[in-house]
Write a new protein. Structure first.
Length: 430
């Protein structure tokens, strides 16, 4: 892995607005086979984003860094994962889940003689960088909550199911049994629980539920990577590491800039200040979750540019995608409703397919082998969003109404997935 210096924190916009780290001379890097495997297809898919960015030729250095980081892991998390797999109770580096939970809840000083991997992990997540503005983080949380159902729709349909068209992370989900069979509903609910938890007031401060869940997610990523990487079944030459820096950064981009782009496609008005606040929230989340510092973006434009390069380097058409996408569609038939459950489950499934048709297009539906549907659910949603966000959302009272409406939706949404059995922080699984 080539070492890279962090680029300057220049948030200005220009044709070269992504500062690529200098690369020192090194032997040629053997990228995983997935790297740029279907670039012709990906260029066609990325054309709207390229036009939005006024993007010229892709940056070869940035593309090469993406290829390199397909085989780069979160080393701090990896060291902790290895320490938690040590079975010798007398080993000085052995870490237990109980020690991790105590350190997470009460701080590392609450653990007697903490092993070095545990100290190093919390030394990475506990310090707050100078660039973090918690007022702006909280503002980003309010923006996310005001987006309400629109954000939930985009994250599930465009970000999650849409990403199943590409290889790597979907294949990992199949390997670990995620989003298949009876686990689909609960896995989705746990991801949604985390995405909602980070948006609460002061949730990302050290004692907040969003911080604790994010640190827990980082550990779960490391444990999954350790387990799958050492199993001997994962094809690293094809996919890179199971949980790698490039895929992690791509996922962060889906939750931030793709989310903002998607809600605009649903008729939502997002101001520059709202965009800046939401991006700042996810920048701090990305830092906690272990994304490389030079890939933490201050603005939508910088994130979209990284997303565009990520898209060009993907491998389109993994066989893991269709069963995963259909598992989510069929999971709608197990949602929890207090009344008229059968009718409302059928509506939820039909609405999901309708909106997938809008976001993914006819070809995307075919590629994921999803039942074809008309985008009937989208026009009335856009009309309602124009009234809510372009008219009501311009006033303080209207924004307050949207915030309360979004909070009600989030509570109802989690009940539909969890019923009355929402897990605690320590029970989150990925």
């Amino acid at each position: 892995m080539v070492a890279h210096k962090q680029p300057p924190r220049d948030t200005s916009v220009g044709p070269n607005d992504w500062a690529t780290p200098p690369v020192h001379p090194a032997p040629p890097v053997a990228y995983p086979r997935r790297f740029r495997e279907t670039e012709k297809i990906n260029r066609r898919l990325g054309r709207p984003l390229r036009l939005l960015l006024r993007q010229g030729a892709p940056d070869p250095a940035l593309s090469d860094t993406i290829g390199e980081r397909l085989t780069a892991r979160d080393e701090v998390g990896a060291a902790l994962a290895r320490a938690m797999r040590i079975t010798d109770a007398s080993h000085p580096d052995r870490v237990t889940m109980k020690q991790f939970r105590v350190a997470l809840a009460e701080g590392i000083d609450a653990v007697h003689n903490p092993p070095r991997p545990l100290r190093d992990f919390f030394a990475a997540v506990d310090p707050v960088p100078d660039w973090v503005d918690f007022d702006l983080v909280n503002a980003g949380g309010r923006v996310a909550r005001r987006l309400g159902r629109n954000s939930a729709d985009v994250l599930m349909q465009l970000a999650l199911i849409g990403s199943y068209r590409f290889g790597g992370p979907p294949d990992l989900l199949v390997e670990t049994g995620g989003l298949t069979g009876g686990s689909a509903l609960r896995r989705l609910a746990e991801t949604q629980q985390w995405a909602i938890a980070i948006t609460g007031h002061d949730a990302m401060r050290r004692d907040g539920v969003g911080f604790r869940l994010t640190a827990h997610v980082r550990l779960m990523h490391a444990l999954v990577n350790h387990q799958v990487e050492s199993s001997g079944r994962w094809d690293t030459d094809q996919w890179g590491l199971p949980v790698n820096q490039s895929d992690l950064a791509a996922t962060l981009g889906l939750f931030s800039a793709v989310n903002l782009l998607g809600v605009r496609l649903l008729g939502v008005r997002v101001t520059r200040a709202e965009s800046r606040a939401l991006m700042h929230l996810w920048k701090y989340v990305g830092r906690l979750i272990g994304v490389n510092e030079d890939w933490l973006c201050d603005s939508e434009r910088r994130q979209h540019r990284l997303n565009y390069h990520q898209l060009l380097t993907q491998s389109y058409g993994s066989p893991a995608g269709p069963p995963l996408a259909n598992a989510i569609v069929e999971a709608q038939s197990t949602l929890h409703f207090a009344r008229f459950a059968r009718l409302r489950r059928a509506y939820a499934r039909a609405r999901l397919l309708s909106m997938l048709r809008y976001f993914l297009g006819r070809q995307g539906m075919r590629d994921l082998r999803l039942p074809m549907a008309l985008p009937w659910a989208v026009p009335p949603l856009i009309a309602a969003n124009v009234l809510r966000y372009h008219v009501l959302g311009r006033t303080a009272a209207g924004r307050g109404h949207l915030l309360r409406r979004g909070d009600r939706f989030n509570r109802r949404h989690l009940r539909q997935y969890f019923s009355d059995q929402a897990p605690g922080v320590g029970e989150l699984h990925l």
